[in-house]
Ligand binder design. Structure first.
Ligand SMILES: Cc1cc2nc3c(=O)[nH]c(=O)nc-3n(C[C@H](O)[C@H](O)[C@H](O)COP(=O)(O)OP(=O)(O)OC[C@H]3O[C@@H](n4cnc5c(N)ncnc54)[C@H](O)[C@@H]3O)c2cc1C
Ligand code: FES
Length: 277
């Protein structure tokens, strides 16, 4: 059980929660995630850690309302309790002094980059953050990333802030100047193009994959991904993998496997035809 200590509506469709989870906060490291179950009829949803505070026994998450469970979670208020929180899950990010690291984030992907940026900065790396959105109003976590980065490059599709264009445009300029590691978190399509951009420069590129997950402990096989032709589990072998080895088409097709069921669940929830389940 985890009490909500803080709630912020960051954007009309994005929420920030700080949750009281002393045991998880004590053990969690950058790059890991938790699985939440809202109530006894709820489904399991994985969410990355957007901050870890062992001092006050809390972890933070940022989530987008994309379907039934995330929409329902957005109705929870400070003081409400989330029935089950399992974690920390997945392997932590590999942290050492690589040299110059470019972190690339799109959408809610910027939030999990924050603890990773803090850890890599503390290990002595030069951090350049590239964050992108469709327009300036949709940018997230700008202040937090500025506080942990040596340089922040913003890209917007419509040019309303920063560089007009997609994140790979800003990334390419950095690659020309020399980069030791790239780490990307966000939509699969964005990570795929980040990996394609870095490949000719032969720069190691880590991506944090988000396949459908159920148990999060390596038992169900729902999260299987193909890495360099080998089957791996996103939850126990990842979530971070070498972006140059990921079978992106398989990942994206598996992410769409339950679209019909997800749409039906959202419709039932929206019209209150059935109790939440
Ligand atoms: C390791 C990991 C970390 C994640 N971190 C975040 C995060 O920090 N913030 C955030 O907003 N989202 C995150 N996600 C995605 C999040 O789990 C889904 O948005 C959520 O499960 C959607 O549930 P829903 O019922 O609201 O939507 P649904 O209508 O059920 O699904 C909408 C879409 O979300 C994805 N999804 C649905 N169920 C799952 C599932 N069990 N596992 C993974 N993806 C699913 C699918 O692509 C689906 O098409 C993460 C996913 C993974 C695997
Ligand atoms: S979520 Fe079940 S094996 Fe990874």
């Amino acid at each position: 059980m985890a009490k909500i200590l803080e709630k912020r509506k960051v954007r009309p469709d994005v929420y920030f929660f700080r949750l009281s989870t002393p045991e998880i906060a004590k053990k969690a490291k950058a790059g890991q995630f938790i699985i939440l179950i809202l109530h006894e009829h709820g489904e399991r949803i994985p969410i990355s850690l957007a901050d870890i505070n062992p001092e006050d026994g809390s972890v933070s998450i940022m989530f987008m309302t994309v379907g039934k469970t995330s929409t329902e979670m957005a109705t929870f208020e400070v003081g409400d309790e989330i029935a089950d929180v399992v974690g920390p899950l997945g392997n932590p990010s590999h942290v050492k002094n690589f040299g110059k690291v470019v972190l690339v984030g799109g959408g809610f992907g910027v939030a999990p980059l924050y603890p990773i940026a803090k850890a890599l900065k503390a290990a002595g790396n030069e951090i350049v953050t590239v964050m992108g959105a469709r327009n300036a109003d949709l940018l997230l976590y700008e202040e937090e990333m500025a506080a942990t980065s040596d340089k922040v490059l913003v890209t917007t599709d419509d040019g309303s802030k920063g560089i007009k264009g997609v994140v790979t445009l800003a990334l390419e300029d950095e690659l020309k100047a020399g980069v030791d590691l790239v780490l990307a978190v966000g939509a699969a399509i964005m990570m795929k193009f980040v990996a394609k951009t870095t490949e000719p420069y032969n720069v190691k590129t880590i991506v944090s994959l988000n396949p459908i997950m159920v148990d999060g402990t390596g038992m169900c096989g729902a999260c299987r991904v193909s890495i360099g032709g080998e089957t791996k589990f996103g939850c126990t072998d990842g979530p971070e993998f070498d972006g140059h080895l990921v079978d992106w088409d398989l990942l994206m097709s598996r992410q769409r496997m339950y679209l019909k069921e997800e749409k039906e669940a959202m419709e039932r929830y929206s019209c209150n035809c059935v109790p939440i389940s």
